[in-house]
Design a protein around this ligand. Structure first.
Ligand SMILES: Cc1cc2nc3c(=O)[nH]c(=O)nc-3n(C[C@H](O)[C@H](O)[C@H](O)COP(=O)(O)O)c2cc1C
Length: 127
């Protein structure tokens, strides 16, 4: 059984529109040295501008799906949608993807979003 991953998307977002149409998506797990990228991509709307062109970001072609991946990320995950749940209450839908490709950069650390702020991964917790 391949690994599965779920994403929750605003039904009014351009991202959701594209995923529904193409049946695939990529997750770019931002590294902690890419805060500017997180703010730019998380704060702009694809209905209003082409973020990839507007922000002049480094990209590379995806290997298993169409489109591009952001370069320099902690991880890039390429997925094919196997199921979508659209009739939830509220304005989000959940898309479940089968992981087709997973790439991790061992030398980097992920940026963490917690309580509306960005953090670096901290110290290890042990019992
Ligand atoms: C840290 C962070 C996490 C976010 N997570 C989600 C999410 O899980 N689902 C979602 O629909 N939007 C999320 N957003 C908001 C979208 O990034 C934002 O609405 C974006 O403008 C949508 O752009 P689009 O219309 O090009 O898809 C998040 C934003 C930030 C800053």
């Amino acid at each position: 059984m391949p690994p599965l991953i779920a994403v929750s998307l605003s039904k009014t977002s351009r991202t959701y529109e594209i995923i529904e149409k193409s049946g695939e998506f990529a997750i770019n797990v931002i590294a902690d040295n890419q805060l500017d990228l997180a703010k730019k991509f998380g704060g702009a709307h694809g209905h209003e501008l082409d973020k990839f062109k507007e922000f002049d970001v480094a990209t590379e072609p995806a290997s298993k799906i169409g489109g591009s991946l952001l370069s320099g990320c902690f991880a890039n995950i390429e997925c094919r949608v196997i199921s979508s749940v659209r009739d939830l209450q509220g304005n989000h839908a959940v898309c479940i993807g089968e992981v087709l490709s997973f790439k991790m950069n061992e030398g980097l650390r992920p940026l963490v979003w917690l309580k509306n702020r960005y953090f670096r991964v901290g110290t290890e917790c042990r019992l």
